[in-house]
Every structure is written in structure tokens, then in C-alpha cells.
Design a protein around this ligand. Structure first.
Ligand code: UDP
Length: 241
């Protein structure tokens, strides 16, 4: 498949058209950013690590029956994906309280809620991804009730599958962000990435932070943390193969 024009240049990824309108190529960059672009840097090999971490996770989710945009990795930084019409929403799933929710409700990080918490945000850097509810989603036409119900079902499935996968590598899945779109056949599929850029991963034993909070909070050893997540997943999946 041939790489064609740049369709989208984001903070951590670029999307290129291909010679087949049904597919795009997603290029994972080393650029790191936080606080909606206020803090910027570059993390060595981040693109490669996120590309392979997402590849392992999406492959696992597909084995669990969850449809994703992943076709295959073309090289260390480039992923061939199904082209979609993206839904302009971000869905956050929380198994432990952390980050913005800890701040907003003044709850200690690491507290376990009685059940997973789901949040919907409008995808807009300009507005800093404001949280909205399903009434906004329906009334403002971001998605139908039917689509939202299907997404909520997928959020639960993805969360269960992710926890099952990461339990085997001694990592707690604290929270994560998902995006969805409709493919060429009108099917709802999981898109974007699942990586330490878009999820919080804590070592189950030491509770060491293994995600982009190391960058956001200047904790150091950012590259090493991403490597640790990739190494553990690669060891596990090579044993399973
Ligand atoms: N997240 C993301 N993109 C966003 C906002 C959040 O990938 O634009 C992820 C983030 O990495 C974390 C989870 O969603 O794993 C919950 O993020 P939170 O709302 O706590 O935001 P924070 O202000 O801490 O980034």
C-alpha cells in the first residue's frame, strides 16, 4: 500500500491517505505534549513504543471479538488502519481514581470506586475537551442513542479485556481514553491508540507509574517506563504465540 497525502497532523500522530480509499497510514511520532499543548517535548522512541504497544493491545482486543481499525504494522512507527468517519467524542474509563477526577472531586489518587466510571468528552483542544453527558450527545447530534449504547457496551468489553491482559503482566489499568468511528461498511469500530500516552498504567506491586504522568509530572525515566510496558507485553505475547 502506498503512502499518499497528509490528512491530519496531530500532537502525537499523523494520518496519511493511501492509494486505497478504505485505508490510512497512522504514523506515531516521538513528540510528547501535555496540558493541551502547553508543555511540549520529545521522548526517544516513543512513537515506536506506542505503535507496538497499541498493536499488541488491538490484536488482543480483536481476538476478544472487539473490532478495531488496526490492519497491521508496516514498520516500527507506521500502522495500516481502516479509514473511518470519526465520532468527535472521547470516552474515558476509570477503574481507579486519578488525574482530573481526583482533582475535580478532591478524592485521593488510587481510590477504587464501587464500579468503573465512564465519562464522555467533546474532542476539542480549543475547548480543552469539555465533559458532556448523553443528553448533550443526543441533542447536539454528536451520536445517536443507539450508537452511544453500542459504545457503552464496547467500553465495558474493552475494559474487561484490558484488565485481563494487563493482570498477566502485573500492571493495573487505572484509566484510559478510547475513540470510535464508522468504517467503510458503516460498522462501529475502535480507533486511535491505546498506549501509555492515553492510559494510566501502574505496576501492580510497587504502584510505580508507567505512563505519560511521568512526563506530565516531571518524574523522569519516561522512556524507561514506556519500554517497561512494551517489554512486558512483548514477553507475554511471544509466550502465548
Ligand atoms: N486522556 C487522553 N487524552 C485526553 C484526556 C485524557 O488520552 O485528551 C487519558 C489520560 O491519559 C488518562 C485518562 O484519559 O489515562 C483520564 O485522563 P484525565 O481525565 O484524568 O486527565 P488528565 O487531566 O489527568 O490528563
Amino acid at each position: 500500500m502506498e503512502k499518499r497525502e497528509l490528512l491530519y497532523d496531530g500532537k502525537a500522530k499523523q494520518i496519511f491517505a493511501t492509494d486505497d480509499p478504505k485505508y490510512v497510514i497512522m504514523n506515531y511520532k516521538d513528540d510528547a505534549s501535555a496540558y493541551y499543548g502547553v508543555k511540549k517535548s520529545s521522548i526517544k522512541d516513543k512513537g515506536m513504543m506506542n505503535c507496538h504497544i497499541s498493536e499488541i493491545i488491538f490484536n488482543y482486543l480483536q481476538k476478544c471479538g472487539i473490532k478495531t481499525h488496526l490492519v497491521k504494522c508496516i514498520d516500527d512507527n507506521n500502522m495500516l488502519c481502516r479509514r473511518v468517519k470519526a465520532i468527535p467524542l472521547e470516552f474515558i474509563v476509570r477503574n481507579l481514581i486519578a488525574g482530573s477526577l481526583a482533582r475535580r472531586l478532591d478524592i485521593q489518587e488510587g481510590t477504587m470506586p464501587q464500579s468503573p466510571i465512564y465519562e464522555i468528552c467533546l474532542k476539542s483542544d480549543l475547548l480543552r475537551d469539555p465533559m458532556i453527558n448523553r443528553f448533550h450527545v443526543k441533542a447536539l447530534g454528536y451520536a445517536t442513542d443507539e450508537t452511544l449504547d453500542a459504545i457503552l457496551k464496547m467500553l465495558k468489553q474493552v475494559n474487561e479485556a484490558l484488565q485481563k491482559l494487563f493482570r498477566q503482566v502485573d500492571i493495573d489499568v487505572v484509566d484510559f481514553k478510547l475513540e470510535f468511528g464508522f468504517d467503510n461498511d458503516g460498522e462501529l469500530i475502535l480507533i486511535d491508540e491505546i498506549s501509555p500516552d492515553t492510559a494510566r498504567f501502574w505496576d501492580s506491586n510497587s504502584k510505580e507509574i508507567l505512563d505519560s504522568d511521568r512526563f506530565r509530572r516531571d518524574l523522569g525515566q519516561v522512556e524507561e517506563a514506556y519500554h517497561e510496558v512494551l517489554d512486558r507485553l512483548q514477553k507475554l505475547t511471544s509466550n502465548l504465540d
